[in-house]
Design a protein around this ligand. Structure first.
Ligand code: 13P
Ligand code: ZN
Length: 269
């Protein structure tokens, strides 16, 4: 079957990276059924021919105006599509969308009329925010890591910066590679604009955003980096849970050790 990836190695490489990460999410046990979603901004690898191609859908409203996304292209996981299927057949389980000039609707461009993820408002809001602040980040990931989601069921962990400090103190890598920490969005309806708006507010202060009793959102220059961020946090959560299951409260790195890391690595917080 003909695909827009044919003879487009740059685009094909980006889609292949999404497929690789989708496989990791399934292997990690973070992607039950259709759980989680990925979007990447592929505008930089769209050629004129693709830009002129006739869309395969009518314009579909996003539900909000996102001025930074005018004329941008995204590859998105399809709604109700499985990560494990996306990993094997990305173009059957994902959609390429083109944001129209009104900045509030899009058309599907290829290969199949797959409807984008139900969390599109959060994803596109994150991309809009990132472009607006001049970031070169191109990838957004939402997934359901068991350990981190479990921790959001404990009210004490939902207090500002409690989870960040706990996870930072489990292993120095988390402090270094997630240097602005983890913001928390209190439970909101999946797919809602409320959830999207709250996510952006947290992203202004933190690297990663946790959705209470639901999942996590991470952004990065590419999808591999966004995955690494969640993987690092999940490793910290695993160390905490392992210590607890051995029957003791983990000591955590000391404030002096944290301070040393901050100074040596030049960390922002
Ligand atoms: P989609 O299948 O629509 O991407 O939804 C999955 C999900 O995780 C919703 O939060
Ligand atoms: Zn979800």
């Amino acid at each position: 079957m003909k695909s827009i990836l044919d003879n487009r190695p740059l685009l094909a490489k980006q889609v292949a990276e999404v497929a690789e990460v989708a496989g990791y999410l399934w292997q990690k046990g973070w992607a039950e059924r259709n759980g989680g979603n990925i979007t990447i901004n592929i505008t930089a690898v769209i050629d004129d021919e693709l830009r002129q191609m006739r869309p395969i859908s009518e314009p579909i409203p996003i539900g909000k105006v996102l001025p930074q996304l005018k004329d941008c292209f995204f590859f998105c996981k399809g709604t109700n599509k499985r990560m494990r299927d996306l990993s094997r057949q990305p173009m059957e389980n994902g959609a390429v969308i083109h944001i129209l000039d009104d900045c509030s609707s899009y058309v599907i461009v290829a290969d199949k009329p797959v409807k984008p993820t139900s969390e599109l408002s959060s994803h596109l809001s994150m991309h809009n925010y990132l472009i607006g602040k001049g970031s070169n980040y191109k990838a957004a990931l939402h997934t359901h890591p068991i350990d981190l989601v479990a921790m959001t069921h404990h009210p004490a962990f939902l207090e500002k910066d409690v989870l960040t400090n706990l996870l930072w103190s489990m292993i120095p890598e988390t402090r270094a590679f997630c240097p602005r920490g983890l913001g928390i969005v209190p439970y909101k309806l999946p797919g809602s604009f409320d959830l999207a708006d709250a996510t952006i507010r947290e992203l202004a202060e933190y690297d990663v955003v946790m959705w209470e009793k639901h999942g996590i959102c991470a952004v990065g220059e590419n999808i591999m980096e966004a995955f690494d961020m969640v993987d690092t946090l999940s490793k910290s959560a695993q160390i905490y849970l392992t210590a607890k299951s051995m029957g003791f409260e983990p000591q955590g790195t000391t404030p002096e050790q944290m301070k040393e890391l901050k100074e040596v690595f030049g960390l922002p917080k």
